[in-house]
Design a protein around this ligand. Structure first.
Ligand code: SF4
Length: 229
């Protein structure tokens, strides 16, 4: 079986509808192949269930419902396990990394942001353009760049669209000292991340449903389309 796994690459040989985040990909590298196959199988089963729900309930099973379900799963996991996510409000190192999402997620996030403070300013658009360029260079270069900061992050290091933030932001949680997420202060360290099979399945559903790329790129696309109409 083909082993891993890019954050947006479907896994071949029977698991085409499963997409694995980089954090789960890194964990799976440590497991033997038969265990990896069982894990993928379990995610694939959940993807099937969620996709059936999307078909059956239509609009009632929308993005908001998927996000709520994701948050519920994460909350239950954190309540039930001794190893808990240590992510804190105001700690925003992960908001200086590439955020990949589906088009509907970008539309949802943008709508929320526009309700708060109107359309994107030209300087924010310029940051988005730089981020798209940066993403072609590499993940570390991206994280180290002063232009990497998400346009939805406030000066207080809080997400201005927290309730509507994309799945990639919801599903990324670390354990231990969150300061270790700072790749400038701790360039050689890997922070411990948590991967949840259930939320990986919901993430896969969103990737399968729509075009999946950089949040910045989606927003630029949306603005370009608006200009054309
Ligand atoms: S959308 Fe919010 S949580 Fe996600 S990277 Fe941007 S500021 Fe951070």
């Amino acid at each position: 079986m083909a082993r891993l796994v890019d954050k947006s690459t479907p896994i071949p040989e029977g698991f085409e509808r499963v997409h694995i985040s980089s954090q789960l990909g890194a964990l799976l590298e440590k497991f033997p192949e038969d265990i990896v196959e069982k894990i993928l199988y379990s995610i694939a089963e959940n993807v099937e269930v969620y996709e059936r729900n999307v078909k059956h309930f239509g609009k009632k099973y929308n993005l908001k419902a998927i996000y709520e379900q994701t948050d519920e799963v994460l909350k239950k996991f954190n309540n039930a396990n001794p190893v808990k996510a240590s992510c804190k409000k105001g700690c925003a190192f992960c908001c200086k990394m590439e955020v990949m999402c589906s088009r509907i997620e970008a539309e949802y996030a943008l709508k929320a942001s526009e309700k708060l403070d109107g359309i994107m300013m030209e300087d924010e658009m310029e940051i988005l353009r730089k981020q798209v360029e940066l993403s072609k260079v590499g993940t570390l270069e991206y994280a180290l760049s002063p232009d990497a900061v998400c346009v939805f992050l406030t000066d207080d290091n809080e997400c201005s669209i927290y309730e509507q933030r994309p799945m990639a932001c919801r599903n990324y949680q670390v354990t231990g000292d969150p300061a270790r997420c700072d790749v400038i202060a701790y360039p050689k360290e890997n922070v411990a991340v948590i991967a949840y099979l259930d939320t990986e399945a919901m993430r896969s559903v969103l990737i399968n449903a729509d075009s999946y790329k950089l949040l910045s790129e989606h927003i630029l696309d949306i603005y370009k389309e608006r200009e054309q109409h």
